[in-house]
Ligand binder design. Sequence first.
Ligand SMILES: Cc1cc2nc3c(=O)[nH]c(=O)nc-3n(C[C@H](O)[C@H](O)[C@H](O)COP(=O)(O)OP(=O)(O)OC[C@H]3O[C@@H](n4cnc5c(N)ncnc54)[C@H](O)[C@@H]3O)c2cc1C
Length: 537
Amino acid sequence: MPRLDKETLDMFLSTLKEYAERNLPVSTLLKIDHEDVFPMQVLKDLYDPSIGLHLIFVPEDCGGVGAGAYDIYRISTAMAEIDLGIATGVLATCLGADPILVGATPDQKKYWMTRLADEGLLMAYGATEPQAGSDLGSLTTVAERVVKDGQTVAYRITGKKQWISNGAVADLYTVLANAPGGPSWFIVEKGLPGFEAGKPEDKHGIRASNTAALFLESVEVPADRLVGGVEGKGLAQAQAVFGYTRLMVAAFGLGAGWAALQRAIKYSQQRIQAGAPLSQKQGYTHKLIVPNACRLEAARAYIEWTAERLDSGEDDLATEGAVAKYLATEAGNKAAEDSIQALGGYGYTREYMVEKYKRDVRITTIYEGTSEIMEWTISRDRWQSHLKTRGAYYIDWAARIEKNEWGKIPGLTLRALAALLERARLDRLTRNQHILFRLGEIIAYAETSAIFAERAHLTPSDALGLSAGLLTRMARVHAREAFLKVAADGLRWATAAGQTDPNLQTLLNTDAAYKAQAGLVEDMDFIAKQLNEAFPA
Ligand SMILES: Cc1cc2nc3c(=O)[nH]c(=O)nc-3n(C[C@H](O)[C@H](O)[C@H](O)COP(=O)(O)OP(=O)(O)OC[C@H]3O[C@@H](n4cnc5c(N)ncnc54)[C@H](O)[C@@H]3O)c2cc1C
């Protein structure tokens, strides 16, 4: 995917910021949240040609701007900093268009994507069903062929979809249904006979987004609404967009997490307790601020790395999308949670926004694949890499980075991870689902530690304007956490599941993982101080 030039991306970001400053002050966002109304006008404004946010999903030859994954990550982060509910309304259009972008015939793509660009259609993506969530393969919505003169001229779709973003407000839907040839995507326009949406769900957060069930009773669509014209490609098409859409949700976790944390950092500089601002108290910063900032920036580095690879034409990055989503959304969630704590009683009230960020960001660990499904995906995929390379996958990666000073701790971490995976193989530990999932978490930390360390030194992110020196220290904090996770948690779970090697602790280099913690407090002191300077009250 090509990338927008810097000027165009900056223009989108600044237009979005100006729009929010003008039209979405905190009082309005809180009102929308409290009254639980879908702000249709805001979505219309965002899709108006003067902003044209939907154009980022549309290829240039269909009238869009054809943004790349990096651009979409930056814009998604910016949207999440404003309001994750509104951002979800935009995400739903992206998701809705994805089966078309990935699987449609050239004619279908041209027709529908041009309409999306010209008419600013609000879209929805109908995959989930009451009984088919994480396990989409068990869907029961059916699409029956309508045959005339031996030709399939139409399909009749019957079934129920659950938790569909923009479900009751979209103009156009992509709906996954079982055709005779297997699961397939269909393009369904609003208002067709037999097609209805349920009432909006009363949700914990993202109350600015519309979520509704869809009811389809013999909804007839012409045969040319079958995406790609061939039945049975639906699950592969849904899978094909994950590297990309999961990155978008990762960016949501990152944006909302940082938005909450920045409020906490600013608040802590003004709040005087025991004679000094909270921002100067280690017991506060080193628990509630610094670890969250480090994890969020580790996730950002991994997101940017994955986005750049997608933009350079790699397409098989579903595992990387899963790592990015997992770490960024868990980090965003924890950052928002700790921001409530950081504001004390004020944080627990509705007025201070961190409470709303916390409720909103919670969804990011659920939709587009839950955190547990991400752990599974990561573990299953990297397990295969470990097996296929006869254990060399992480050892080779370690060898590539450990000669650099910044690569020393991540290198040891990757070597420990390789040893852990090998022990899991020899003792068949992954027959326990829990071990498989815990490995997913451990792998996510190990990989992000390597990528964050490398990028902080070689290509530090300019997204937040943090200095390279600060990012380097943050990468070191994250690397220490990751090493300990692999060595200590790895040892714990392998032992818990009955591993048989008396020398595993030595192989995992657990001693070195503890020794690597030397200097941690000093780094955290530096980071806390620099964050206060980067985000003054
Ligand atoms: C606000 C909102 C908006 C949404 N928008 C859309 C949308 O626009 N389009 C759409 O198609 N869907 C949408 N969804 C659906 C969303 O993607 C699903 O809720 C999600 O994939 C989880 O499915 P589920 O709710 O059925 O939970 P389940 O799959 O039933 O999962 C419940 C719990 O069990 C765990 N679990 C599941 N399977 C396993 C397993 N095999 N082993 C161990 N643990 C497991 C999960 O991690 C989770 O913790 C939305 C959901 C919400 C809440």
